[in-house]
Design a protein around this ligand. Sequence first.
Ligand code: HSE
Length: 295
Amino acid sequence: MDYLKVRVPATSANLGAGFDVFGIALETPFDIIEVEKSDKTEIVVTGRSSQYVPTDPKKNTAGIVASILKKPVKLTIHRNIPLSSGLGSSAAPAAGVAYALNELYDLGLSMEELVKIAAQGEKGASGAAHADNVAPAIYGGFVIVHNDKIISLMPENIGIVAVHPDIIVSTRTARAILPKKLSLADISFNTGNAASMVVGMMRSDIRLIGESMENRVIENVRSKLIKGYAQVKKSALAAGAAGVTISGSGPTMIAVCRMYERNRIAKAMTQAFSGSRIRSEAFITTIGKGIEIVE
Ligand code: HSE
């Protein structure tokens, strides 16, 4: 076997309470990545915002993974996940190539090992090796990443609306502005929400998931980078969302709701962004599966 084509899902990290710990795979959007054995690594990028994705293997998250595994490859990355959106756009190629190379070369790496390698690739883009996007991309479902442990489960029928506003937020900046110290009260609040979130996911309890999405510290600081945030959140909740927060480091906002409420909530959120003169795009989706081989 010299060639593989994989489908890699967008992901949403943090879910409010679980900063650098929680992540979910989304059913849509997704990237398609073609991986072919070669003498030297070459990268071609097509699709959405492809002109902004580095094709130098040393600067591309997927190229870095190929170099870590010492397997030169020809990569064709068909982008559909919006760039710098908070939907795991730099994690997806890193995760996809780690997964594909493991299959192509029969490397026998475990899923945990693939996550570690893909996170190193992503570090090239964000400056920090956090695995809360690459892990759900590989495992699918809801994932808890803690030290070297990864725990995953697949909640069912969770409506997700991810609205990507036309605002630029880099992960590096969104991490740099975070406080280095938290008060005991904030730690206690976030721990309570994180614990409730896990139970919500285990029970596929939309109400409990939504109520557990708040992270006072991170949300307060990062929401200032997203024009219209408060109004969009208010509109989503008024339209029936169980909870709303920032997807990863933003600027995408993610709402959890019942499946049949998704269209109404998407409309409310995009209209609220329009009210702040911000164009936005809604992805109406659900918690989905991890990487799949398509060819
Ligand atoms: N957990 C990371 C952050 C995700 O919030 O900075 C970045 O995509």
